[in-house]
Design a protein around this ligand. Structure first.
Ligand SMILES: Nc1ncnc2c1ncn2[C@@H]1O[C@H](COP(=O)(O)OP(=O)(O)O)[C@@H](O)[C@H]1O
Ligand SMILES: [Mg+2]
Length: 314
């Protein structure tokens, strides 16, 4: 790979695309931060979105805008980010928080000790916003007692911390609010990150703008005008999900470079779809193929088959 190609791939890796829904979610979360920072107001939000819609990207952008720093004798952590462990318990959640806050003895002490230390650190590190990501792990595990216990702990911790908080996760994360009424009351504000929709004209317009931006980032001349037909194919190929859109353009760029093409034309996308989204997506099952049948790829075994959330009897 030459320098130019590496530079393009690095751009795809680092560039955040500020589409309207993403910007709106960002400003709502930022407001929760600012209200806390300026007047000590606690504003809580739940941010829900399918995998790949950009939740963790939002979180990273907030941390970048309000980064950690070091004062004389302490760490300043304006935005504290916690990735929920795959099997959350009070112990591992508390240790994770202490670790992020820079406690060298994060594993020491009883649950009560740890909670007390977390609260002290939150004050001294001047935490204004706590983001809990991957919230669905609370309900993925299927155990009855743990989610209840941890969500009660979380509620108390958030109350006592005085900071604003954001709970982030896949759609099934909302279940944690259903089983915990006190948490539900505190997180009545919701921010959604949804895939771009073909049925909604403004959302589809945003989708086409993002795709045009992706082509521009690839920095290769276009083989022709980007047509409505091509945008529609892009939608069938990605279901309007950012992660697939970015993967597809990166892969199409690589195909074009490998094959020595001057532009990313439809055949590059056809091959890229197979390489980066669905290895069995050939012929009429490939949105960029001339023989594509324009059926959504949502049947079992296809890339957008939605695995229904099994509702756990908690
Ligand atoms: N606004 C965005 N700008 C650029 N890339 C994005 C954006 N949103 C999502 N992506 C791409 O999608 C991938 C998955 O995003 P991520 O934030 O991890 O989604 P989620 O946490 O919702 O599952 C990222 O690695 C990135 O490539
Ligand atoms: Mg994520």
């Amino acid at each position: 790979m030459n320098k130019e190609q590496l530079a393009v791939l690095s751009k795809f890796n680092h560039r955040v695309i500020k589409h309207p829904q993403f910007e709106s979610a960002f400003s709502k979360i930022e407001e929760a931060y600012q209200l806390n920072d300026e007047i000590g107001f606690q504003l809580n939000l739940i941010c829900i979105g399918m995998s790949g819609t950009g939740k963790s990207t939002l979180k990273r952008r907030l941390v970048k805008k309000y980064p950690e720093s070091y004062a004389k004798d302490r760490k300043i952590v304006p935005v504290l980010v916690i990735d929920t462990p795959s099997l959350p318990t009070v112990k591992n959640m508390a240790e994770g928080m202490l670790f992020q806050l820079g406690d060298p003895a994060f594993f020491k002490g009883s649950a009560v000790d740890k909670t007390g230390r977390i609260l002290n650190y939150i004050k001294s590190c001047q935490v204004r916003l706590i983001i809990f990501d991957e919230l669905q792990h609370f309900i993925d595990q299927g155990s009855r007692a743990a989610p209840r216990q941890v969500s009660d702990w979380l509620k108390t911790l958030i109350d006592q911390s005085g900071s604003s908080a954001v709970l982030m996760g896949l759609e099934q994360s909302e279940y944690i609010l259903r089983i915990n009424e006190q948490l539900r009351r505190r997180f009545s504000r919701r921010v959604d990150l949804k895939p771009f929709s073909i049925a909604c004209s403004s959302s589809f317009r945003d989708f086409t703008k993002v795709i045009k931006g992706l082509y521009r980032t690839a920095d290769m001349p276009l083989s022709g005008k980007l047509s409505q037909d091509l945008f529609k194919r892009w939608h069938f190929a990605t279901n309007g999900i950012m992660a697939y859109m970015v993967n597809l353009i990166i892969s199409a760029y690589q195909v074009a470079q490998r094959e020595g093409y001057a532009s990313i034309h439809q055949e590059c996308l056809e091959q890229a779809f197979i390489e980066s989204i669905w290895s069995e997506g050939e012929g009429r099952l490939n949105p960029f193929s001339k023989s594509f049948n324009f059926n959504r790829l949502i049947k079992p075994g296809m890339p957008f088959h939605k695995i229904e959330t099994k509702e756990l009897a908690i």
